[in-house]
Each structure stands twice: as structure tokens, then as C-alpha cells.
Design a protein. Structure first.
Ligand code: NAD
Length: 326
């Protein structure tokens, strides 16, 4: 058996492929355009592993994706491919619309054509899993309950709007064409192979390189953090047992203000690799102008995934951030 992973050279997709191959015998065909965010080093340890094939292609390349589907006959397609950085979406939204919206549409059409031709038993067993974000729900006030699967979509950035559009396309391909889809909406991830433009890896690298640790605005924006390996285990579980057409929120009940995350990393680095001048790394914190339209708070209610599929994260924020800093 084989699965097709789109965007498998990115942060989460790379971790997912590693975990997938470590957990079982099924082969993985990994497709990725290798944008600035793609990193094949993630998969160095797989060299020589014949269960793994990498193909460089765009999510929207119907010819290549169609050929791969026809040749390898995967039982599932998991889509991680996206432009994923909010700041970049503010400065240049075009790529986000092209990859996240038009790309997802083209991928759905490639998969639908393949799925339509499968024998009845394989057709029934096939799954298309779309990986998405909690940012589609918009922002929460301090006292609001966390986002559940029934929250309305209120995306505020070009990134989250493009992801919301992709989620709607996936939903429509199920309701209109019967494609057996699953969607996961996850909170902020962190962990190995995270691209250094994101908060946690940037803070670690800047701290160790003696550079400023930039904090947007007052640093009181709240995010709900999940160790990337826990996100991967959730996706595996949803793929295995999720109900077709359903969406599942994924989160670790770890709401933290950005400033507290940065201070936690500074304390860990003070312990693991103290500065030569014996000052704390928190000395390097610098406040910078806030991001336009910056959502104030995200928080995920992951009880559906726990109740229906028995998934729970293995890491707390404290254990996961220590592993990441180490
Ligand atoms: P990432 O930016 O690290 O990786 C994205 C990957 O997609 C890269 O390897 C890139 O080369 C590839 N890609 C981009 N455009 C492509 C295209 N047109 N065709 C083929 N491949 C293309 O992102 P990530 O953090 O690994 O996120 C993966 C998915 O998970 C995204 O859909 C994102 O919206 C979602 N998500 C991310 C987080 C997070 O905290 N990082 C949280 C929830 C959901």
C-alpha cells in the first residue's frame, strides 16, 4: 500500500513522512515544489529507503500528479502543500492564492479523476486528507471559548483567507462529488525542522547568534502550541479512523502569550548554553511594530478528536519546548 503526500518537504510534511515510515511498512510518494520553505535535508535519514520516492512538482500540476496517482495507486492523499507564512502573505498575497486556492482546486480535480476510476472497494476505502489551520476561525477575545469545529470561518489575513478557501473547496468536493475527504485544523506547531522565519526557531537562532529577539507589539498575542510530532500522530489517527466529510480540530491546550514563549526559550538557553557575559538571553528582547491585522488570540478545543478517535498529545509545552531548544 502507498500514500501520496503533497508538501512533504516542508516542516510538518517532512516530520509526517519520517514518522509514517518509522511507524509502518507503507510506502510514501512525496511531492513538493521545493519553494524557499521546502527542505529535503529533513529526509536525509531516509536515503536508500526504497519505500520512499520524492518527485519535485507543483500541487497544481495535473499531468504529473495524475501520472503519479495512476502509476502508484495510493490509498490516500495527504495535502500539506501551502504558502504558510502570514507576514509573507501580507507583503505578497498572490502566491498564497495561487498555491493554497488554485493549487488545492487542481489537486482536488486530479484526485477526483483518479478516485472515480477506482474499483468500488478501493473507492470506498480511499481518503483525501487536507491539513489546515485554526487561523481560518479568526481571532478570539480573552474570555471566548476555544475554537470548536462549529465555529464560523472569519479569516483575517491573506494566508488564513486562502486556507479557508481551500477548506471550503475540500468540503464542496465531498458534498458535490462524494470525494471521501477529511480536514484537520491545527493550532501553531513547533519542533524539529521548523523554518527559521517562524517565531520559535527564529528566537532560538537569534539568541545564540547574539541578535535581537523581535517581539511584535506588546507580545501579549496568545497562540495555542502543539509539538509537531503530536500533530503528525493526530493526522495519522484521523486518516485511520476519521469519519468521511468531517473536520477535526487539533491542539494541545497550551495557550501562551508570545512574550512568555520567548522568555521560556531564553530561560532554557540560559541553562543549556549560557551567554559568555553571564547575562540572560532575555536581554536581547526587542519590541517591534505590530503586524497589521494581527489576530489577538487563537485557542483550539480538541475534544472531538479525543472523544471520537481517542487522540491525545504526548508532549506538554514544557517538554516539547525543551526538546526543541536542546
Ligand atoms: P511549510 O511552509 O514549512 O511547508 C510547506 C511545503 O509546501 C514546503 O515544502 C513547500 O515547498 C511546499 N509547497 C509550497 N507551495 C507548493 C506548491 N505550489 N506545490 C507543491 N508544494 C508546494 O509549512 P508547514 O508549517 O509545514 O505547514 C504545512 C501545512 O500545515 C500547511 O497547509 C499549513 O497551512 C498547515 N498548518 C501549519 C501550522 C504551523 O504551525 N506550521 C499549523 C496548522 C496548520
Amino acid at each position: 500500500m502507498t500514500i501520496l503526500v503533497i508538501g512533504g518537504a516542508g516542516f510538518i510534511g517532512g516530520n509526517f513522512v519520517l514518522d509514517w515510515l518509522a511507524a509502518g511498512d507503507e510506502a510514501v510518494i512525496k511531492v513538493d515544489k521545493l519553494t524557499y520553505a521546502g527542505n529535503l535535508d529533513t529526509l536525509q535519514s531516509l536515503q536508500g529507503d526504497t519505500r520512499h520516492l520524492f518527485v519535485r512538482a507543483d500541487i497544481g500540476d495535473r499531468e504529473v500528479i495524475g501520472q503519479l496517482l495512476a502509476e502508484h495507486k495510493p490509498r490516500a492523499v495527504v495535502n500539506f502543500a501551502a504558502e504558510s507564512h502570514v507576514d509573507r502573505s501580507i507583503h505578497g498575497p498572490g502566491d498564497f492564492i495561487q498555491t493554497n486556492v488554485v493549487g488545492t482546486f487542481n489537486l482536488l480535480e486530479s484526485v477526483r479523476a483518479y478516485w472515480n476510476e477506482l474499483p468500488a472497494d478501493e473507492k470506498a476505502a480511499f481518503r483525501f486528507l487536507h491539513v489546515s489551520t485554526d487561523e481560518v476561525y479568526g481571532t478570539l477575545a480573552a474570555n471566548d471559548p476555544p475554537f470548536s469545529e462549529t465555529n464560523t470561518y472569519e479569516p483575517n489575513s491573506p494566508y488564513s483567507a486562502s486556507k479557508a478557501a481551500s477548506d471550503h473547496l475540500v468540503r464542496a468536493w465531498h458534498h458535490t462529488y462524494g470525494l471521501p475527504v477529511l480536514t484537520t485544523n491545527c493550532s501553531n506547531n513547533y519542533g524539529p525542522y521548523h523554518f527559521p522565519e517562524k517565531l520559535i526557531p527564529r528566537v532560538i537562532l537569534n539568541a545564540l547568534n547574539g541578535k535581537p529577539l523581535p517581539i511584535y507589539g506588546d507580545g501579549q498575542q496568545i497562540r495555542d502550541w502543539l509539538y509537531v510530532k503530536d500533530h503528525c500522530s493526530a493526522i495519522r489517527r484521523v486518516l485511520e479512523a476519521g469519519t468521511v466529510g468531517e473536520t477535526y480540530n487539533v491542539g494541545g491546550w497550551n495557550e501562551k502569550a508570545n512574550l512568555d514563549v520567548v522568555k521560556t526559550i531564553c530561560s532554557l538557553l540560559d541553562e543549556l548554553q549560557p551567554r559568555a557575559d553571564a547575562q540572560g538571553y532575555a536581554e536581547q528582547i526587542t519590541y517591534v511594530t505590530d503586524r497589521p491585522g494581527h489576530d489577538r488570540r487563537y485557542a483550539i478545543d480538541a475534544r472531538k478528536l479525543e472523544r471520537e478517535l481517542g487522540w491525545k498529545p504526548a508532549e506538554t509545552f514544557e517538554s516539547g519546548i525543551r526538546k526543541t531548544a536542546e
